[in-house]
Design a binder for this molecule. Sequence first.
Ligand code: DX5
Ligand code: ZN
Length: 255
Amino acid sequence: MGDDLRSPAGRPARLAAWDGASRPFVTPSLLNCDFSKVGEELDALRRDGVVAVHLDVMDGHFVPNLSYGAPVIQDWRKRTDFTFDCHLMMSDPGRYLDDFVKAGCDIIIFQIEAVPDPTGLIARIKAAGCRASVALNPPTPLSAIEPYLDSLDAVLVMSVMPGFGGQKFDASVLDKVRALRSGRPGLWISIDGGIKPDTAELAVAAGVSQMVVGSGVFRPDGNYAAALAELAEGIRRGTERGSAPAPPVGPPSHE
Ligand code: DX5
Ligand code: ZN
């Protein structure tokens, strides 16, 4: 990989790598990594065959937590050619969009609850050469994003309320995944929150293209390769039962 892939100019090649990865795949969320040694964490994921990482940006306003912003991502960009799947959990993503584009993010995800009419924002993301994705929280109905589906590159179905890693998977959101998948067989559908091998199986059977995994990869024993192998096994099981009847859905865990 040349240096260009580790700069904003390498975006087309990084998106091509994303498109070329065998689906469905796991995108580790760095929210749960060891921030004292992010470079080493990225190298370990690369050795384990990961092609993209998910970056959780939290503003302490849209969500009750703070994480990191564009200057930090810009430094990570110099270190890695991973595709950056950037989840903006922010009240005003449009205000900072240019910073994240310049920092080398590739897929830009905003929250529909923060931007009820995202027509202009989607156009700006695409004009910058990035992919535009919208996230919707567990209580948010599909009707909130339906008017924009034709102009979006992807949809991220949140399976926890955003703000923290390590929460319990809300299986009720699988109804939204199934509805999206049956209406739009070619749509890129991501899911984020509480994904472990068993819930990866459910998500894949419902039709997701990609799973964001934080605590399920960066687990305390540090054996990310084993975690990814167990997730791959869950994905295999989910793919096998993809055409089977939908699993029963439990009550929502969000109050
Ligand atoms: C939640 C974030 C997620 C989170 C996932 O606010 O958007 O990306 O890091 O972490 P796990 O997999 O532990 O639920
Ligand atoms: Zn996320």
